[in-house]
Design a protein around this ligand. Structure first.
Ligand SMILES: [Zn+2]
Ligand SMILES: [Zn+2]
Length: 367
């Protein structure tokens, strides 16, 4: 598919320059939400449950975390050691380097982070100290950490100025991710205008990806196109959409795919029975190809099959149910693919630990 190669606007917007007029008002630099949720939802009941989990000797080690991140929480739940490449979206509040101790405290072996405030177009450059501290901590912890881009970025926008800003912002996020040594940055392909055809929208997104790749030569961090729920006019909710974007000749070696179980299910890919699970991944392997898969988002779904609703739910509490997550984490095809949760959580992330502990019968600690 020949896509016309275009270039970035020559004006190189400084990272610290105020957001363009098209951006919504920017707020507190520490603002951060969980993808697909946007809410922090601590409840007294959940906290009690977490303490029970933390006290269960075989499942988790209770840790007296007097300096813990959760306000008023003295005991945080922790995963048993040795679980492979599993964790959750982890906050960078206080600096990217602060994400590592948060993930380590929970016993994660994988984590996803935003590389900057996800509600702003641009951010001041990361300091050399922050980058060095992040790299040292990540290395020592042996964590696999990847990124997720800002929600504002939309390479499929019907407005050319939004596409220009998106290209610029995504290129800058990619440079930040590369400075941190992240293997990939997850991005939503984009959302086109109501009047646009899927083919036109995908062509626009592919052209945008070309521009981002061209603006970031030598960057090793890949862009992982995340499957979407197909909410509104968003593209990327069919395996065929992802395959089309991966087929473009210029950027292909810089791209990959991230599968979000909630999005897949809401988009119509059933996972609820063993047969449905196998059929869905057979389709994925034949239409997209497993060699492109870089990461999983493990989220149950508030909406039903084909609901196109992007609302994440705790594992086993949504329309997918717990078992398919067990099949996924024990599927030998996905052993080396990092898997992170993006489900509702409070600051200490004990809900994430609880969710992952539900998968212990399928996970094999110590291997
Ligand atoms: Zn996402
Ligand atoms: Zn996701």
């Amino acid at each position: 598919m020949p896509f016309k190669r275009t270039t970035l606007p020559s004006k190189d917007r400084a990272a610290s320059e105020p957001a363009p007029a098209s951006a919504p008002a920017t707020g507190d630099a520490a603002v951060e939400t969980t993808p697909g949720d946007g809410k922090v939802a601590p409840s007294p009941k959940a906290r009690t449950a977490a303490r029970r989990v933390a006290g269960r000797p075989a499942a988790a080690t209770a840790r007296d975390d007097a300096k813990g991140s959760g306000a008023g929480t003295s005991i945080a739940a922790t995963l048993p050691p040795g679980l492979k490449l599993i964790g959750s979206h982890t906050s960078i509040s206080g600096g990217v380097e602060e994400s590592i101790p948060r993930a380590v405290r929970c016993g994660f072996t994988a984590a996803q982070i935003f590389v900057k405030n996800n509600k702003q177009w641009f951010a001041p450059d990361l300091s050399a100290e922050s980058i060095a501290a992040y790299r040292k901590r990540r290395e020592e912890a042996g964590l696999v950490v990847f990124g997720h881009n800002s929600y504002l970025i939309n390479l499929g926008s019907p407005k050319p100025d939004i596409i220009d800003t998106s290209v610029d912002a995504l290129a800058k996020e990619l440079l930040r991710a590369d400075a941190l040594g992240l293997p990939f940055l997850v991005m939503h392909p984009g959302s086109c205008g109501a009047g646009s055809t899927e083919a036109d929208g995908l062509r626009k997104i592919a052209a945008g990806l070309d521009r981002v790749v061209e603006a970031t030569p030598g960057v090793r961090t890949k862009l992982a196109l995340e499957i979407t729920a197909g909410q509104g006019n968003s593209l990327g909710h069919r395996f065929e959409h992802l395959a089309t974007l991966l087929q473009q000749p210029y950027a292909a070696e810089r791209l990959g795919v991230c599968l979000d179980t909630c999005h897949m299910f809401a988009a119509g890919y059933d996972l609820r029975t063993r047969d449905a699970y196998e059929a869905t991944f057979r389709d994925f392997e034949s239409i997209v190809g497993a060699q492109w898969l870089l990461g999983f988002h493990l989220n149950d779904s508030k909406g039903g099959l084909s609901s196109r609703l992007d609302r994440h739910e705790h594992l086993g509490s949504g329309a997918i149910g717990l078992e398919p997550f067990g099949w996924l984490v024990s599927d030998p095809r996905w052993t080396d693919i990092p898997k992170v949760l993006e489900t509702p959580k409070s600051e200490d992330m004990h809900e994430d630990v609880e969710n992952i502990l539900k998968l212990l019968p399928w996970l094999k600690p110590g291997e």
